[in-house]
Ligand binder design. Structure first.
Ligand code: HEM
Length: 417
């Protein structure tokens, strides 16, 4: 083995997006991987990791070679004790993001209606009211935890309202959704995965009941649009697809946006000149949001399955290989973005980031996420004078394979007179 190869093998072995230093700042390692081993097999996760922007885009575009079945799932197979619990529910998780055409095309049409631009735009007043209601709850304190008191609740309330489930159920749903994320990351100890599998099944039952209710008594909400004929509705879905999509919508609709808000506040508070600029000119916010999504994407990557022997980036991939397409790395690819590690809210090409994916699976909630982000940043910056990071308490990032965001982000501000 040459010394060049030996070094490349070392970084492959060191790749562990769950290690605290790589959760904190994985970008230097990704830069080396893009140069030296852009597509490689990680023995630790048994996944082929794809790090270059162009290769990730090729995977996203070519749904004939790369399947999305299991796209949320790091596990090839759940552990038998986890499977034992999961068999109380549906045998397979059939949702939009985890499907290929023609199923994907059929399901996506339902979402197009449910999350149409008109529906999203009409939500602005209620999102602003929710945002201000949350800020009212802590503005007098002068300090707090941005994630626990704000970024966590805002998107969760918004997705509850959109789905049409009571806000009182938010904490319960959030717990189950965390179970679902933990289960699919498959990095937790088995006992914890078993516990999460119970949460997963409870979430399935919850949405099945709600969909049955909507079948009997339709309402003006997104759940009603998902009710299939077998449950009394008209959506071109099976019962299983309706339940799985409702579950995915709750998870996709909030934890990602929590990441956007937390990552954005952290980036802005660490860049005083840019913070000042957006405060003085809020019209800079839309591009700042694109740059936040590029610099610190809330979804680190997604999974794919190789349908037939193929090559990617010059590397042979056998049929059945599981890929981890790492947006987090693609968004820092120096062949696409100049000085990619620099945060620059005026970057003219920030928008071509991969944070929402590409091609047929492009995030169907992107407009809603950006609307929530814009309202959140506008209100926080307007209402919390001299907003700053606290130095007495550390910011803590969430330890997930797929998600990038904070669990705790301690902040302080001057209490308005
Ligand atoms: C900043 C927030 C968000 C980020 C970073 C994000 C990220 C993504 C990404 C990367 C994909 C593509 C997955 C792939 O290619 O396999 C995706 C798809 C999806 N997202 Fe989002 N998302 C966000 C917010 C939302 C919201 C608010 C909703 C729901 C209201 C949502 C619902 C979905 C759904 C249903 C899909 C599947 C689309 C398909 O497969 O056709 N997302 N999202």
């Amino acid at each position: 083995m040459t010394s060049q190869n030996a070094r490349a093998e070392d970084i492959v072995a060191a790749f562990n997006p769950m290690a605290p230093d790589q959760i904190e700042n994985p970008y230097a390692m990704y830069a080396r991987l893009r140069r030296e081993r852009p597509v490689f097999h990680s023995p630790m996760f048994d996944l082929w990791v794809v790090t270059r922007y162009e290769d990730i885009s090729e995977v996203e575009r070519d749904t004939g070679r790369f399947s999305s079945v299991g796209a949320l799932d790091a596990r090839a197979e759940p552990h038998p004790s986890v499977r034992n619990v999961l068999k109380q529910g549906y045998a397979q998780f059939l949702s939009l993001v985890q499907s290929d055409p023609p199923d994907h095309t059929r399901m996506r049409a339902v979402f197009g209606r449910a999350l149409s631009p008109q529906r999203i735009a009409a939500m602005e007043p209620s999102i602003r009211a929710t945002t201000n209601g949350l800020i009212d709850g802590f503005i007098g304190d002068g300090q707090g935890d941005l994630v626990q008191q704000f970024a966590y609740a805002l998107p969760a309330f918004v997705i509850c309202d959109l789905l049409g489930v009571p806000r009182a159920d938010m904490q319960q749903l959030k717990g189950w959704s965390d179970d679902k994320t933990l289960l699919m990351s498959a990095t937790a100890p088995i006992e914890q995965q078993v516990e999460s599998a119970h949460g997963f099944i409870a979430m399935e039952r919850y949405f099945k009941e709600k969909l049955q209710e909507r079948g009997r008594k339709p309402r003006e909400d997104l759940l009603t649009l998902l009710v299939p004929p077998s449950m009394g509705g008209t959506a071109p879905l099976s019962e299983q697809e309706a339940v799985c999509n409702a579950m995915d919508l709750f998870s996709a609709g909030h934890e990602t946006t929590t990441g956007l808000i937390g990552n954005g506040v952290w980036l802005l508070l660490n860049s005083p000149e840019q913070l000042k600029a957006v405060k003085e000119d809020p019209s800079l916010l839309p591009n700042a949001i694109e740059e936040i999504l590029r610099k610190e994407p809330p979804v680190r990557g997604f999974f794919r399955q190789v349908l037939a022997d193929t090559t990617l980036g010059g590397v042979s991939l056998p049929k059945g290989s599981r890929l981890f397409i790492l947006y987090e790395s693609g968004n820092h690819d120096e062949t696409q973005f100049s000085e990619p590690d620099r945060f620059d809210i005026r970057r003219s090409d920030a928008k071509k980031h991969l944070a929402f994916g590409k091609g047929i699976h492009f995030c169907v909630g992107a407009a809603l996420a950006k609307l929530e982000g814009r309202i959140a940043f506008e209100q926080l910056l307007q209402r919390l004078p001299n907003l700053r990071l606290r130095t007495d308490e550390p910011a803590v990032r969430r330890p997930y394979l797929m998600l990038r965001g904070f669990e705790h982000l301690p902040i302080a501000w001057d209490v308005p007179a």
